[in-house]
Design a protein around this ligand. Structure first.
Ligand SMILES: [Zn+2]
Ligand SMILES: [Zn+2]
Length: 330
């Protein structure tokens, strides 16, 4: 199989040819049709989160089953499935036993601790794979598997929140905005200063206001969801939420949060983080995404151009989500 691997933290991806391997107990061998490019892949590349190296990144995988390991039920050869970030959990720690497998003490993460989808093929634990709704093409379905799903978990943590602000209008926010608008919420989008294209994109998806994260919004928010990895957004978002409001940090890594006056937190405002996902997040989100009829906007790159896709993500020049497509699947 062909893949793009990160040899060590801080080193660019390089093409490799690897033995495909065989699916073990409870595993599926998939031919990759598309794999989304996520901000977390940059954190793995930069060595900012725990990972093993060399590693094949990629945790928004759409693939088709080509071999089924022993003891695996409920999957058929040729079936399309999605593979998310949560690759495996222990099933026995206190978090797993209390319905919080996203916080598992002994997890495996796709594209960080086990090889992911920047490849022509991948082996995944079948119990953590999702069937995918038919209404989405392979390319459209890919960003649902992390950008959409983690965004969904963040939105659920925000609670009722009729007025929400999305900070950082990339892959996750452009999907979440569509879901939240469909739910009847008022959605405000905050971009980097001067990103007029990003602001116009947000308005085109139904946001009632789009502006710079430096400026105060025209109305106070019930909740702010932060997708950009910039710690300075936390105190800014806190100033934009009303009493009892929540600031939800949805990224896996963020620069340090600067100090701020206690008065900005007072009034029962809350700051919280979202970590990983549960399988229930996945099934409920995919069902909602299909019902809401959302349309992910994607930018396709051949697998061999993974470094270019990541560079554009880092530079903030992508519109929507970058998706890698292996040569054979083009
Ligand atoms: Zn566990
Ligand atoms: Zn991700």
């Amino acid at each position: 199989m062909n893949a793009m691997e990160i040899p060590a933290p801080g080193q660019p991806l390089r093409p490799v040819v690897r033995d495909m391997g065989e699916p073990g107990e409870q595993e599926l061998l998939l031919q990759v049709a598309a794999c989304g490019v996520c901000r977390t892949d940059l954190h793995v590349l930069d060595g900012e989160i725990p990972a093993r190296y060399p590693i094949i990144p990629g945790h928004e995988i759409v693939g088709r089953v080509v071999a089924i390991g022993p003891g695996t039920e409920g999957f058929a050869i040729g079936q399309r499935v999605g593979v998310p970030w949560l690759g495996q959990t222990c099933g026995t720690c206190s978090f797993c036993l209390s319905g919080r497998e996203n916080l598992c003490d002994r997890p495996q993460f796709t594209g960080a601790t086990r090889d992911g989808g920047y490849a022509s093929h991948v082996i995944a634990n079948a119990q953590y794979c999702f069937p995918l709704p038919d209404g989405f093409s392979d390319e459209e379905a890919a960003p649902l598997l992390c950008a959409g799903l983690i965004g969904w978990r963040a939105l659920r943590l925000a609670g009722e929140a009729p007025v929400i602000g999305l900070y950082g209008f990339g892959a996750a926010a452009h999907i979440l905005a569509q879901v939240a608008v469909w739910q009847g919420r008022r959605v405000l989008a905050f971009t980097k200063e001067g990103d007029l294209d990003g602001q116009a994109f947000a308005r085109s998806l139904g946001c009632v206001w789009a502006g710079s994260s430096n400026e105060p919004p025209p109305e106070l928010l019930d909740a702010a969801l932060i997708f950009a990895p910039a710690g300075e957004l936390v105190p800014r978002a806190l100033k934009a939420v009303r009493k009892g409001g929540k600031v939800v940090c949805a990224g896996i890594h963020m620069s340090d949060i600067p100090g701020f006056p206690y008065a900005d937190l007072w009034g029962e405002r809350q700051i919280l983080s979202v970590a990983n996902l549960t399988r229930e997040d996945g099934t409920s989100f995919l069902e909602v995404a299909a019902r809401a009829g959302i349309r992910p906007v994607t930018q396709r790159f051949p697998l061999a151009q993974a470094n270019e896709a990541l560079a554009q993500l880092r530079a903030g020049t992508l519109k929507g989500a970058a998706v890698l497509v292996p040569e054979g699947a083009l």
